[in-house]
Design a binder for this molecule. Structure first.
Ligand code: IMP
Length: 502
């Protein structure tokens, strides 16, 4: 006879936290959100600690190099999507690792024979008024000059005038060598009253631009997640098919941690992949695995050598796996079960394996609940897809700004490696949808608000760290009627500003 779980599976929206005693020291400013990313032995610290418990999903519509830099600045980590060529994924990782705060790769570039008309078009398209003129018109070509809006007058000049006639030529520019520090660049900017300082290599090739505003902006990121060489920390998604080629390329590019991206991780494919990586590249290459939704799945991946385990099947906002295949489990129940297995495993072996709750975070308080239930960090797709930094288009739908967001199992992404069970190397049916999400502004503003709420609730629970919350939280299931009571009710709202928040 089939095995039946005793209780129905629940999701985050069915639980609440019950406050505990909080002392006067229990204030949001004293809360630490540091949390382990990869496994460690009792008494030791994880080799990679996140400064905030948020990671961005391994998805085309979420995690590229731009997202990775923005999230690392706030203390979290992105896993660059693996459903692209090995070269492109490695290039994105390399871009994050070579990113220097305040050192901007020129985004608007011209050739000396470009016309004023092209300058105006480029400004319109990119929004940038400072443009590099390089020999070949690329961001890293030989620097010939710079054009800013001070160099031309559209009302007085012929649109066919070539850039070389009105740019500031290289020999009139103040520039510096690309190996200087941001502080040194900033001093040159201030001493020479510049708006922008171009940085070139020995062959006069343009490497970066440093803008006056970026130095102070850079100083604001106290929480940023950096490695021992002060480079941003970044993860990368892999699959169980081409790992022998993909993994070395990602390691070479500088990926700090890998994660097998699969819709269902309780499989021999994952064991083969993890063992291959640890055998060929050493135990210091960190690799997370998943997704699982029960104790058996966790134990299997723990024994296989996973550095963290990801939980969640069917709870993602764009996910239709439960409808299509009838597999999955309510996210909260799945998490609670896996955390119990993780704690038992820790007791038995002295090895702590961080657990990631992946998908289904709808409200900010779900983050706090997931942490209280024992997750060490979350993985979020929809949440991050709404921000400026996600790689997708911002579109205007009936007067409202939206961002596009699509699943890896949708026809649009066709990430068959995530779903394939060793069969026909194609996506035989869809497990995800293509959608819009309301545009929400910058990552920094949104993450700040979300984490302010998390810190505040942690204080209500009388806890200052995530591990205290995991040990001391009191959690209650709520009835359907009391869920209604939890929102504003029996009043007529004057405006629905509140409803647009998470
Ligand atoms: P969200 O944060 O609720 O949007 O969920 C994001 C998570 O959904 C990802 O991290 C994946 O685990 C999962 N996911 C991504 N694409 C698909 C898909 O096409 N079908 C099912 N699940 C998906």
């Amino acid at each position: 006879m089939a095995y039946y779980f005793n209780e129905p599976s629940h999701t985050f929206g069915e639980y609440l936290l019950v406050p505990g005693y909080s002392s006067t020291q229990c204030i949001p400013q004293n809360v630490s959100l540091k949390t382990p990313l990869v496994k460690f032995k009792k008494g030791e610290e994880s080799e990679i600690m996140l400064n905030i418990p948020l990671t961005s999903a391994i998805m085309q519509s979420v995690s590229d190099d731009g997202m990775a830099v923005a999230l690392a600045k706030e203390g979290g980590i992105s896993f660059i999507y693996g459903s692209q060529s090995i070269e492109n994924e490695a290039a994105m990782v390399a871009k994050v690792k070579s990113y220097k705060s305040g050192f901007v790769t020129s985004a608007a570039n011209l050739k000396p024979n470009s016309t004023l008309e092209e300058v105006v078009e480029l400004k319109e398209k990119t929004g940038y008024s400072t443009m590099a003129v390089t020999e070949d018109g690329t961001a890293n070509g030989k620097l010939i000059g710079i054009v800013t809006s001070r160099d031309y007058r559209v009302t007085r000049m012929d649109f066919k005038t070539q850039v070389s006639e009105f740019m500031t030529p290289f020999d009139k520019l103040t520039y510096a060598h690309s190996d200087i520090t941001l502080k040194e660049a900033n001093n040159i900017i201030w001493d020479n009253k510049l708006n922008m300082l171009p940085l070139v290599d020995r062959d006069q090739k343009l490497k970066y631009m440093v803008f006056r505003k970026d130095y102070s902006a850079n100083k604001e990121n106290k929480n940023e997640l950096i490695d021992s060489q002060k480079r941003y920390v970044v993860g990368a998604g892999i699959n169980t098919r081409d790992f022998a080629e993909r993994v070395p390329a990602l390691i070479e590019a500088g990926a700090d941690v890998l994660c097998i991206d699969s819709s269902e991780g309780f499989s021999e494919w994952q064991k083969i992949t993890i063992e291959y990586i640890h055998k060929n590249f050493g135990e210091n290459i960190k690799v997370g695995a998943g997704n699982v939704v029960d104790k058996d799945g966790f134990l299997f991946l723990a024994e296989a050598g996973a550095d963290f385990v990801k939980v969640g099947i069917g709870g993602g906002s764009i996910c239709i796996t439960r409808e299509q295949k009838g597999i999955g489990r309510g996210q909260a129940t799945a998490l609670i079960d896996v955390v119990e297995a993780r704690n038992e495993y820790f007791e038995k072996t002295g090895v702590y394996i961080p657990v990631c709750s992946d998908g289904g975070i709808v409200h900010d308080y779900h983050v706090t609940l997931a942490l209280a239930m024992g997750a060490d960090f979350m993985m979020l797709g929809r949440y991050f897809s709404r921000f400026d930094e996600s790689p997708t288009n911002k579109v205007n739908i009936n007067g409202n700004y939206m961002k596009e967001y699509w699943g890896e199992g949708s026809n649009r992404a066709r990430n068959w490696q995530r779903y394939d069970l060793g069969g026909d190397k194609k996506l035989s049916f869809e497990e995800g949808v293509d959608s819009y999400v309301p545009y929400a502004g910058s990552l920094k503003d949104n993450v700040t608000i979300t984490l302010n709420k998390v810190r505040s609730t942690m204080c209500n629970c009388g806890t200052l760290t995530i591990s205290e919350l995991q040990k001391n939280a009191k959690i209650t299931l709520v009835s359907a009627t009391s869920i209604v009571e939890g929102s504003s009710h029996d009043v007529i709202l004057k405006d629905n500003h509140y409803n647009t928040q998470q």
